[in-house]
Ligand binder design. Structure first.
Ligand code: PMP
Length: 407
C-alpha cells in the first residue's frame, strides 16, 4: 500500500489540533469518513468552472455538467461491477436507497400479510423503512436472530421462508458489531426460495471489494460520505428486472417522458427513480472518491484495516474490565469495534476521550433493537479508515487507561 504518511497528507483535516493541544485521532469513520483533497477540489472546480443544470440543456456548460454526471454513474457501475448504468440510481444515501426499495418494491410486490426478513443487527434505516410499509400495507417483519457472539446462525434460516416471504433485507457489515455477514450464502438460500435480497452496504463498500454480480444481490445500497465522498449522495443498485417493474419513488422533473393532465409516462431507468435536479456536483465528488479508493487499492485497504482491527482487539483486551462486542475472529470482524469498560458510562468515556483529542462515537448507533439484544443502553465505538495507524490505537488505549484511573 502507498506509505501511510502519503495517504494521510491527502486529508488536510488530519493535521488539525484539537483543543489546540492534541493532534486529531479520528476513530469515528463508521459515522462518516474524512475527505481527500482530490474530492473537495473536483467539486470546487465543478462549481467554479462547469456549473449548470444537467440533462435537457443545449448549451455548452449543461452538456459538460451532464457528461460529468453520467461519467460518474459509469464510475459507480464499474466500482460495483454492475451490468449497466441503468441499474445505478443516485440517491441521497443508504437511508434513501432502502426507503426507495421498501416503498416501491412494497407497492409493486407486497400485499397485506406478505413478509420481509431482516436481522437483529440492522440499522434503524433497515427497520423503520419496513415498519412504514407495515403501517401502510400491513406487511409482516420477520427478524433473524443473532448469537451471543453477534453473528447470524444460518442453521434455522430455512424456517424463516414461507409462501408469503417477498424480500430479504440485510446489512453486509454491522455498524455496531463489525460482523461481516455471509450475504452471498444468504442470497443463494433466498434465491432458492425465489426471494430477492437487498444488501445494505453502508459499512462494507469502504472496507473491501464488492461485486454485485458475484454476490448476485438484487439490490445494493451505499452512502458516498462513508467512502471518502461527499454527504448527500448515495447509490441504489438494482437489477433491471426488478427496477423496471417498480413504480417511481417521487414525481417531478427528470423522471417523466411525457406529461399531460390526463396521463404521464415515466422515463427509462435509472431516471424513473431520480425526480428533480440531482446533486450533480456530489456525483462528481463520489466518483472521485471511488477512483481514489481504487487507486489506493481495496485489497490493500482491507489488509491494512484488518491489521488495525486485530491490533486494536489485542491492545484493548489488555485493559482491565474491557468488553468488546461482536465476533473475536477478525476474518469476519470488520473495522468497527464497539466496547464497554467496566461500569464507566459510554458517554463519559466518549466525552473524556474527546478531551484527549480522540474522536469515537457513543450511544445506540441507530440500532436500538440490537442494544436491547446486547442488554446495553449504548456502547463506545472506534472505527477505522485507510488513514488510521497503530499509533492512534495506542493513543486510544492509553486514553482509556488514563480515564480508568479517574473512576
Ligand atoms: N446502514 C448502516 C449499516 C449504517 O451504518 C448507516 C449509517 N450509520 C446507514 C445504514 C445509514 O446511512 P446514511 O445515514 O448515510 O443514509
Amino acid at each position: 500500500m502507498t506509505p501511510i504518511e502519503n495517504l494521510r497528507s491527502d486529508f488536510p483535516i488530519l493535521l488539525r489540533k484539537i483543543y489546540d493541544r492534541y493532534p486529531l485521532v479520528y476513530l469515528d469513520n463508521a459515522a462518516t469518513t474524512q475527505k481527500p483533497r482530490c474530492v473537495v477540489e473536483a467539486m470546487t472546480d465543478e462549481y467554479y468552472n462547469v456549473n449548470a443544470n444537467v440533462h435537457r440543456g443545449v448549451h455548452f456548460l449543461s452538456q459538460q455538467a451532464t457528461d460529468l454526471h453520467e461519467g460518474s454513474r459509469e464510475t459507480v457501475r464499474r466500482f460495483l461491477n454492475a451490468r449497466s448504468t441503468s441499474e445505478i440510481v443516485f440517491t441521497r444515501g443508504t437511508t434513501e436507497s432502502i426507503n426507495l426499495v421498501a416503498s416501491c418494491f412494497g407497492q409493486a410486490f407486497m400485499k397485506e400479510g406478505d413478509e420481509v426478513i431482516i436481522t437483529e443487527m440492522e440499522h434503524h434505516s433497515n427497520i423503520v423503512s419496513w415498519q412504514l410499509l407495515q403501517s401502510r400495507q400491513g406487511i409482516k417483519i420477520r427478524v433473524l436472530p443473532i448469537t451471543d457472539e453477534g453473528v447470524l446462525n444460518l442453521d434455522g434460516i430455512g424456517d424463516f421462508f414461507n409462501e408469503r416471504t417477498r424480500i430479504v433485507s440485510i446489512a453486509h457489515v454491522s455498524n455496531v458489531l463489525g460482523t461481516v455477514n455471509p450475504v452471498k450464502e444468504i442470497i443463494r438460500i433466498a434465491h432458492a426460495h425465489g426471494v430477492p435480497v437487498l444488501v445494505d452496504g453502508a459499512q462494507s463498500t469502504p472496507h473491501f471489494k464488492v461485486d454485485v454480480q458475484d454476490l448476485d444481490c438484487d439490490f445494493f445500497a451505499f452512502s458516498g460520505h462513508k467512502i471518502y465522498g461527499p454527504t448527500g449522495i448515495g447509490v441504489l443498485y438494482g437489477k433491471e428486472e426488478w427496477l423496471d417493474r417498480m413504480p417511481p419513488y417521487m414525481g417531478g422533473g427528470e423522471m417523466i417522458k411525457t406529461v399531460s393532465f390526463e396521463k404521464t409516462t415515466f422515463n427509462d431507468l435509472p431516471y424513473k427513480f431520480e425526480a428533480g435536479t440531482p446533486d450533480y456536483v456530489a456525483s462528481t465528488g463520489l466518483a472521485k472518491a471511488l477512483e481514489y479508493v481504487s487507486s489506493v487499492g481495496l485489497d490493500a485497504i482491507e489488509a491494512h484495516e484488518k491489521d488495525l482491527t486485530a491490533y486494536a482487539m489485542q491492545r484493548l483486551m489488555e485493559v482491565p474490565g474491557m468488553k468488546i462486542y461482536g465476533p473475536q475472529d477478525v476474518t469476519i470482524h470488520d473495522a468497527v469495534l464497539s466496547f464497554q469498560v467496566g461500569n464507566i458510562h459510554h458517554l463519559d468515556m466518549g466525552t473524556l476521550l474527546d478531551r484527549l483529542g480522540i474522536a469515537v462515537r457513543t450511544g445506540h448507533h441507530c440500532a436500538e433493537p440490537l442494544m436491547h439484544r446486547l442488554g446495553v443502553e449504548g456502547t463506545c465505538r472506534a472505527s477505522f479508515a485507510l488513514y488510521n495507524t497503530r499509533e492512534e490505537i495506542d493513543a486510544l488505549v492509553a486514553g482509556i487507561r488514563r480515564i480508568q484511573t479517574m473512576f
